[in-house]
Design a protein around this ligand. Sequence first.
Ligand SMILES: Cc1ncc(COP(=O)(O)O)c(C=O)c1O
Length: 290
Amino acid sequence: MNTDAQVVYLNGEYKAIEEAYVSVLDRGFLFGDGVYEVIPAYGGHLLRLEEHLQRLQNSLDGIRLKNPLTNQAWETMFNSLIKKNVGDDQYLYVQITRGVAPKRDHNFPDHVHQTVFAMSNVLPAVPRAESEKGIEAVTLDDIRWHACNIKSTALLANTLLRQQATDKGAGEAILIRDGLATEGSASNVFVVIDGVVVTAPTSPLLLPGITRDLVLELANTHDIACQQRDITEAELRTASEIWITSSTREILPVLKLDGKAVGDGVAGPVWQRMIDIYQQYKQQLREGRA
Ligand SMILES: Cc1ncc(COP(=O)(O)O)c(C=O)c1O
């Protein structure tokens, strides 16, 4: 099937999105009691599937939920969804909740029938000229919990922070906790200081982004100096370049922070190099060579 009608996966079945329903007693609905993943696929090839499945496993462990499928079964399902939907490039969204309990109760139900949902959407290409225009970002206090390494569907703090950024005409909120830049509301943050690419180390205070890891790996293989260490707010404000990274936004330069130009106010030379390397990697993946 490859029509325009979107086909999704729900608890073992493929169905039209209009026919996919979940109970109002689902704990994902009542408590945000679930985890998710977002995985890009270029030309039908899933990007870093193993790493995404490992992070999914870590998230499930973090909320004490059993993994409902084997890695082989996940892969088969993801590939079927990609084939059933349109788009050369797509991104898969998958979420697992603790399912439907007989009544609303904070305690975990005795018998858990997880709800497993996945969908795939077109991933629009980001033309170089567009990404070069970059985004503005604002700094905001990181009001989230202390388990941001779990990719939880409970994203209220992230959505409030993103909306505050949007209300100020910015494309992302860069979050500050105890004087350090942790990450964006839906992205990781990189800065360039004295030519060195720096990103915060993984910890419970940020999501270990798959794009983040890929950027670090590609930088290493191309002899671009990089460090994983804390980024102070002062360093963020004086960095020559700031980038945000995520599976759907790739690597985007931040050209203004809190209304002030970052560096020269244009996409910087290290970003230019990194985005070329990233696009090359995507092309190799499309050709089945990565
Ligand atoms: C809070 C947060 N940090 C970082 C990221 C980037 O992760 P990835 O590169 O795996 O998309 C995301 C992605 O949505 C996110 O929501």
